[in-house]
Design a protein around this ligand. Structure first.
Ligand code: DCC
Length: 188
Protein backbone atom coordinates (compact mmCIF):
# COMPACT_ATOMS: atom_id res chain seq x y z
CA UNK A 1 0.00 0.00 0.00
CA UNK A 2 2.78 2.40 0.98
CA UNK A 3 4.83 1.53 -2.14
CA UNK A 4 1.85 2.21 -4.42
CA UNK A 5 1.04 5.41 -2.53
CA UNK A 6 4.61 6.64 -3.03
CA UNK A 7 4.51 5.67 -6.75
CA UNK A 8 1.32 7.66 -7.27
CA UNK A 9 2.57 10.60 -5.21
CA UNK A 10 5.59 10.70 -7.56
CA UNK A 11 3.16 10.86 -10.52
CA UNK A 12 1.57 13.89 -8.82
CA UNK A 13 4.83 15.83 -8.98
CA UNK A 14 4.25 16.99 -12.59
CA UNK A 15 0.58 17.73 -11.88
CA UNK A 16 -0.76 15.00 -14.18
CA UNK A 17 -2.20 13.18 -11.16
CA UNK A 18 -3.83 14.70 -8.07
CA UNK A 19 -3.94 13.02 -4.64
CA UNK A 20 -7.58 13.31 -3.52
CA UNK A 21 -8.14 14.27 0.12
CA UNK A 22 -8.84 11.21 2.18
CA UNK A 23 -9.35 10.80 5.94
CA UNK A 24 -12.13 13.02 7.27
CA UNK A 25 -12.73 14.23 3.76
CA UNK A 26 -16.41 14.79 3.35
CA UNK A 27 -18.40 17.34 1.42
CA UNK A 28 -20.56 17.74 4.49
CA UNK A 29 -18.62 18.29 7.67
CA UNK A 30 -21.51 19.40 9.86
CA UNK A 31 -24.92 17.87 10.42
CA UNK A 32 -26.59 21.13 9.42
CA UNK A 33 -24.84 20.85 6.02
CA UNK A 34 -26.19 17.32 5.67
CA UNK A 35 -29.66 18.45 6.66
CA UNK A 36 -29.57 21.36 4.18
CA UNK A 37 -28.46 18.98 1.42
CA UNK A 38 -31.21 16.48 2.15
CA UNK A 39 -33.94 19.13 2.28
CA UNK A 40 -32.69 20.70 -0.96
CA UNK A 41 -32.11 17.59 -3.03
CA UNK A 42 -34.00 14.72 -1.37
CA UNK A 43 -37.20 16.26 0.02
CA UNK A 44 -39.07 12.93 -0.07
CA UNK A 45 -36.33 11.14 1.86
CA UNK A 46 -35.97 14.09 4.25
CA UNK A 47 -39.40 13.31 5.76
CA UNK A 48 -38.09 9.94 6.94
CA UNK A 49 -34.77 11.09 8.33
CA UNK A 50 -34.20 11.27 12.09
CA UNK A 51 -32.43 14.63 12.50
CA UNK A 52 -31.27 13.57 15.98
CA UNK A 53 -29.45 10.52 14.60
CA UNK A 54 -28.09 12.61 11.76
CA UNK A 55 -25.69 14.13 14.29
CA UNK A 56 -23.85 10.79 14.30
CA UNK A 57 -23.59 10.52 10.48
CA UNK A 58 -20.21 9.33 9.18
CA UNK A 59 -19.00 8.18 5.79
CA UNK A 60 -19.61 4.40 5.66
CA UNK A 61 -16.05 3.63 4.51
CA UNK A 62 -14.53 5.61 7.39
CA UNK A 63 -16.14 3.69 10.25
CA UNK A 64 -13.54 1.10 11.13
CA UNK A 65 -10.39 1.46 13.21
CA UNK A 66 -7.22 1.73 11.10
CA UNK A 67 -6.36 -1.42 9.21
CA UNK A 68 -9.53 -3.35 10.04
CA UNK A 69 -11.93 -2.14 7.33
CA UNK A 70 -11.60 0.06 4.29
CA UNK A 71 -8.04 1.32 3.86
CA UNK A 72 -7.82 3.37 0.68
CA UNK A 73 -6.41 6.36 -1.10
CA UNK A 74 -7.57 7.88 -4.38
CA UNK A 75 -5.77 9.70 -7.18
CA UNK A 76 -7.28 11.61 -10.11
CA UNK A 77 -6.03 12.26 -13.66
CA UNK A 78 -8.01 15.10 -15.26
CA UNK A 79 -6.73 14.59 -18.82
CA UNK A 80 -7.61 10.89 -18.81
CA UNK A 81 -10.78 11.44 -16.66
CA UNK A 82 -9.64 8.56 -14.42
CA UNK A 83 -9.84 7.98 -10.68
CA UNK A 84 -7.60 5.23 -9.33
CA UNK A 85 -8.16 3.88 -5.84
CA UNK A 86 -5.49 1.88 -4.01
CA UNK A 87 -7.55 -0.25 -1.63
CA UNK A 88 -6.85 -2.83 1.05
CA UNK A 89 -9.88 -4.57 2.58
CA UNK A 90 -9.13 -5.34 6.23
CA UNK A 91 -10.06 -8.46 8.25
CA UNK A 92 -13.47 -7.08 9.28
CA UNK A 93 -14.59 -7.15 5.61
CA UNK A 94 -14.52 -10.92 5.20
CA UNK A 95 -17.18 -12.63 3.07
CA UNK A 96 -16.38 -16.27 2.27
CA UNK A 97 -13.45 -17.45 4.45
CA UNK A 98 -10.27 -15.63 3.40
CA UNK A 99 -12.10 -13.58 0.77
CA UNK A 100 -13.17 -9.96 0.64
CA UNK A 101 -16.95 -9.60 0.92
CA UNK A 102 -18.64 -8.76 -2.40
CA UNK A 103 -20.47 -5.89 -0.69
CA UNK A 104 -17.15 -4.40 0.39
CA UNK A 105 -15.88 -4.58 -3.19
CA UNK A 106 -19.14 -2.97 -4.40
CA UNK A 107 -18.78 -0.24 -1.80
CA UNK A 108 -15.30 0.71 -2.93
CA UNK A 109 -16.30 0.53 -6.61
CA UNK A 110 -19.25 2.83 -5.82
CA UNK A 111 -16.97 5.22 -3.90
CA UNK A 112 -14.38 5.28 -6.71
CA UNK A 113 -16.77 5.75 -9.65
CA UNK A 114 -18.84 8.07 -7.43
CA UNK A 115 -15.80 10.23 -6.78
CA UNK A 116 -15.19 10.37 -10.54
CA UNK A 117 -18.82 11.46 -11.10
CA UNK A 118 -18.67 14.05 -8.31
CA UNK A 119 -15.49 15.56 -9.71
CA UNK A 120 -17.18 15.84 -13.12
CA UNK A 121 -20.65 17.03 -12.14
CA UNK A 122 -20.89 17.77 -8.42
CA UNK A 123 -23.92 16.42 -6.57
CA UNK A 124 -24.71 12.99 -8.04
CA UNK A 125 -26.29 9.72 -7.02
CA UNK A 126 -25.76 6.18 -8.21
CA UNK A 127 -28.63 5.08 -10.45
CA UNK A 128 -27.14 1.80 -11.60
CA UNK A 129 -24.11 -0.32 -10.70
CA UNK A 130 -23.44 -3.56 -12.60
CA UNK A 131 -20.64 -5.73 -11.23
CA UNK A 132 -19.11 -8.94 -12.61
CA UNK A 133 -17.10 -10.72 -9.93
CA UNK A 134 -14.51 -12.66 -12.00
CA UNK A 135 -12.22 -13.92 -9.19
CA UNK A 136 -12.32 -13.73 -5.39
CA UNK A 137 -10.23 -10.94 -3.85
CA UNK A 138 -7.94 -12.37 -1.13
CA UNK A 139 -8.78 -10.73 2.21
CA UNK A 140 -6.22 -8.10 3.32
CA UNK A 141 -4.64 -7.94 -0.13
CA UNK A 142 -4.05 -4.60 -1.87
CA UNK A 143 -5.93 -4.01 -5.13
CA UNK A 144 -6.14 -1.25 -7.74
CA UNK A 145 -9.60 0.08 -8.62
CA UNK A 146 -9.37 1.82 -12.00
CA UNK A 147 -12.36 3.95 -13.03
CA UNK A 148 -12.88 5.75 -16.34
CA UNK A 149 -15.50 8.43 -17.08
CA UNK A 150 -16.77 7.14 -20.44
CA UNK A 151 -19.43 9.71 -21.37
CA UNK A 152 -21.85 12.34 -20.09
CA UNK A 153 -25.31 12.69 -21.62
CA UNK A 154 -27.28 15.52 -20.01
CA UNK A 155 -27.50 14.61 -16.32
CA UNK A 156 -26.32 11.02 -16.96
CA UNK A 157 -22.71 10.00 -16.33
CA UNK A 158 -21.49 6.61 -17.55
CA UNK A 159 -18.41 5.35 -15.72
CA UNK A 160 -16.67 1.97 -16.08
CA UNK A 161 -14.29 0.38 -13.63
CA UNK A 162 -12.18 -2.68 -12.98
CA UNK A 163 -10.46 -4.12 -9.92
CA UNK A 164 -7.03 -5.70 -10.46
CA UNK A 165 -4.15 -7.10 -8.43
CA UNK A 166 -1.30 -4.63 -7.94
CA UNK A 167 0.83 -6.49 -10.54
CA UNK A 168 -2.18 -6.06 -12.88
CA UNK A 169 -1.95 -9.79 -13.73
CA UNK A 170 -5.28 -10.70 -12.09
CA UNK A 171 -8.61 -9.14 -13.03
CA UNK A 172 -10.89 -9.53 -10.03
CA UNK A 173 -13.92 -7.45 -10.97
CA UNK A 174 -15.41 -5.45 -13.83
CA UNK A 175 -18.19 -2.90 -13.41
CA UNK A 176 -20.23 -0.30 -15.22
CA UNK A 177 -22.19 2.46 -13.55
CA UNK A 178 -24.67 5.21 -14.23
CA UNK A 179 -24.72 8.32 -12.06
CA UNK A 180 -27.34 11.05 -12.24
CA UNK A 181 -26.59 14.66 -11.47
CA UNK A 182 -29.22 15.70 -8.93
CA UNK A 183 -31.65 18.38 -10.09
CA UNK A 184 -32.92 20.46 -7.14
CA UNK A 185 -36.08 21.16 -9.18
CA UNK A 186 -36.97 17.44 -9.16
CA UNK A 187 -38.65 15.86 -6.18
CA UNK A 188 -36.43 12.86 -5.47
C1 DCC B 1 -19.36 12.94 0.85
C2 DCC B 1 -18.56 12.59 -0.39
C3 DCC B 1 -17.34 11.74 0.00
C4 DCC B 1 -16.84 10.94 -1.16
C5 DCC B 1 -17.84 9.88 -1.42
C6 DCC B 1 -17.56 9.30 -2.80
C7 DCC B 1 -18.81 9.31 -3.62
C8 DCC B 1 -19.75 8.24 -3.14
C9 DCC B 1 -20.92 8.18 -4.06
C10 DCC B 1 -21.95 7.25 -3.51
C11 DCC B 1 -23.22 7.42 -4.27
C12 DCC B 1 -24.30 6.57 -3.69
O1 DCC B 1 -24.06 5.52 -3.14
S1 DCC B 1 -25.85 7.18 -3.81
C13 DCC B 1 -26.79 6.00 -2.95
C14 DCC B 1 -27.38 4.94 -3.88
N1 DCC B 1 -28.24 5.60 -4.89
C15 DCC B 1 -29.49 6.01 -4.53
O2 DCC B 1 -29.97 5.89 -3.39
C16 DCC B 1 -30.25 6.72 -5.66
C17 DCC B 1 -31.75 6.38 -5.60
N2 DCC B 1 -32.34 6.85 -6.89
C18 DCC B 1 -32.69 8.15 -7.01
O3 DCC B 1 -32.58 8.97 -6.09
C19 DCC B 1 -33.18 8.56 -8.36
O4 DCC B 1 -33.62 7.43 -9.11
C20 DCC B 1 -32.04 9.27 -9.18
C21 DCC B 1 -31.61 10.54 -8.43
C22 DCC B 1 -30.85 8.33 -9.38
C23 DCC B 1 -32.62 9.64 -10.57
O5 DCC B 1 -33.81 10.32 -10.35
P1 DCC B 1 -34.15 11.65 -11.19
O6 DCC B 1 -33.22 12.71 -10.88
O7 DCC B 1 -35.61 11.88 -11.02
O8 DCC B 1 -33.83 11.23 -12.67
P2 DCC B 1 -34.81 10.50 -13.69
O9 DCC B 1 -35.62 11.54 -14.39
O10 DCC B 1 -35.51 9.36 -13.03
O11 DCC B 1 -33.77 9.85 -14.73
C24 DCC B 1 -32.89 10.75 -15.46
C25 DCC B 1 -32.38 9.93 -16.62
O12 DCC B 1 -31.63 8.81 -16.11
C26 DCC B 1 -32.22 7.60 -16.55
N3 DCC B 1 -32.14 6.64 -15.44
C27 DCC B 1 -32.44 6.86 -14.15
N4 DCC B 1 -32.21 5.75 -13.42
C28 DCC B 1 -31.76 4.80 -14.31
C29 DCC B 1 -31.35 3.44 -14.18
N5 DCC B 1 -31.34 2.82 -12.98
N6 DCC B 1 -30.94 2.78 -15.28
C30 DCC B 1 -30.91 3.41 -16.48
N7 DCC B 1 -31.30 4.69 -16.70
C31 DCC B 1 -31.71 5.38 -15.61
C32 DCC B 1 -33.66 7.94 -16.86
O13 DCC B 1 -34.18 7.01 -17.81
C33 DCC B 1 -33.50 9.32 -17.46
O14 DCC B 1 -32.98 9.15 -18.76
P3 DCC B 1 -33.42 10.20 -19.93
O15 DCC B 1 -34.92 10.04 -20.07
O16 DCC B 1 -33.02 11.55 -19.47
O17 DCC B 1 -32.67 9.70 -21.14
Amino acid sequence: MRLLFDQFMKKCEDGSWIHLPSYNYTLFQRSQDISAFIHAYLPTASKLINEEKLLQAKIFTRNFEDGLGFEYVMFYNDVEKRVVCVFEGGPYLQGMPGCLHGGAIATMIDATVGTSAMIAEGIVMTANLNINFKRPVPLCSVVLINSQLDKIEGRKLFISCNVQSVDEKTLYTEATSLFIKLDPEKQV
